[in-house]
Design a protein around this ligand. Structure first.
Ligand code: NAD
Length: 252
C-alpha cells in the first residue's frame, strides 16, 4: 500500500484534511506538492517538512490550476496522483443565497475539480497511469440543514467521479472519499454561534457516531494513500465512505 517515491499534489494542503494528507504522504516518502490560497501556512509547512513544495493556487482559477500542473511537472517530471481537498462552505437555505455564494462554492468545489481533471487527464494519459482522489462529503447524499449549496456542489463531484472514470479509462483512476465529521477548522467554523465549549458539542456528536469518535485528518490521509497506491488498482469510479458508520444508521 505504498506511495513511497510517488509525486502527489494535495490541494487545500495547508489546513485540516489537506494538511493531514501532506503530513502523512510526506512521512511515508511521497514527493508532495501542496497547493492552496494560504501562502504563509504553505511556506511554513514546506519549511517544516522538507520534502514538500508549496505552490500558491486558487483552484477556481483555470490558469492557476494549469500552472500548478505545469509547475509540478517542471519540479518532478511526473504526477502520480492528486488528492483534491480544497473546499469552500457557506451556511444558508436557498432563500439566503446570493450569486456570490454560488460563485464561491461552485467555483472552488466544482470548477476547481473540473480544472484539475482537465489538466491531469492528459498527463495521466501520457504517463499511462495516474490517480485522482476527490474529497467529496456525505453532504452529497444527505440534506444537511441550511447547507443546500454545499450539498449540491458535493453531489456534482460524485457525478464527476463517475464521468471521469468512463471518459478516461485505462490510465486515469478517479475515486471519491466521502468523509463524515472530521475534526478540522472547517468543522469548527460550522459550529459558529454555538455557546457551550466546542469540546462539549464534539463529545455529543461523537456519541451519535457508531465508532464513537470524530474522524481525524489522518483517517482521511491514510485512506487516500491506500487509494493512490497500486494495491487499490481495481478501485475506480466509486466513493469510499469515511464517516464512522453514520450512513448506516436507521432514519429515526
Ligand atoms: N471537516 C469535515 O467534517 C469534512 C467533511 C466532509 C468533507 N469535507 C471536505 O474536505 C475538504 C477539506 O476540508 P477541511 O475540513 O479540511 O477544511 P479546511 O477549511 O480546514 O481546509 C480547506 C482548505 O481548502 C483551501 N482552499 C479554500 N479555497 C481554496 C481555493 N479557492 N483554492 C485552493 N485552495 C482553497 C484552504 O486554503 C484550506 O487549505 C473540503 O473539500 C471539505 O468540503 C470536510
Amino acid at each position: 500500500m505504498s506511495i513511497e517515491g510517488k509525486v502527489v499534489i494535495v490541494t487545500g494542503g495547508t489546513s485540516g484534511i489537506g494538511e493531514g494528507c501532506v503530513r502523512h504522504f510526506a512521512q511515508v516518502g511521497a514527493k508532495v506538492v501542496a497547493a492552496s490560497i494560504q501562502q504563509d501556512e504553505g511556506e511554513a509547512l514546506a519549511d517544516e517538512l522538507g520534502n514538500v513544495d508549496f505552490v500558491y493556487t486558487d483552484v477556481s482559477d483555470e490558469a492557476q490550476v494549469k500552472a500548478l500542473i505545469d509547475g509540478t511537472l517542471a519540479l518532478h517530471g511526473r504526477i502520480d496522483a492528486c488528492a483534491s481537498n480544497a473546499g469552500a462552505w457557506r451556511q444558508g437555505k436557498v432563500t439566503d443565497f446570493k450569486e456570490a455564494d454560488w460563485d464561491l462554492i461552485m467555483g472552488v468545489n466544482v470548477k476547481g475539480n473540473l480544472y484539475l481533471a482537465k489538466y491531469l487527464a492528459p498527463v495521466f494519459e501520457e504517463q499511462g497511469k495516474g490517480v485522482f482522489v476527490i474529497t467529496t462529503s456525505v453532504a452529497a447524499f444527505i440534506g444537511f440543514p441550511e447547507h443546500a449549496l454545499y450539498c449540491m456542489s458535493k453531489a456534482a463531484l460524485d457525478a464527476l467521479v463517475r464521468c471521469l472514470t468512463t471518459d478516461h479509462p485505462g490510465y486515469m483512476r478517479t475515486v471519491a472519499i466521502c468523509p463524515g465529521t472530521i475534526d478540522t477548522p472547517m468543522l469548527a467554523a460550522t459550529a459558529a454561534g454555538w455557546t457551550a465549549p466546542l469540546e462539549e458539542l464534539y463529545e455529543d456528536i461523537a456519541l451519535k457516531i457508531p465508532v464513537r469518535r470524530l474522524g481525524q485528518p489522518e483517517d482521511v490521509a491514510k485512506a487516500a494513500a491506500f487509494l493512490m497506491s497500486d494495491d487499490a488498482g481495481y478501485v475506480a469510479g466509486t466513493s469510499l465512505f469515511l464517516e464512522g458508520g453514520t450512513m448506516g444508521l436507521p432514519p429515526w
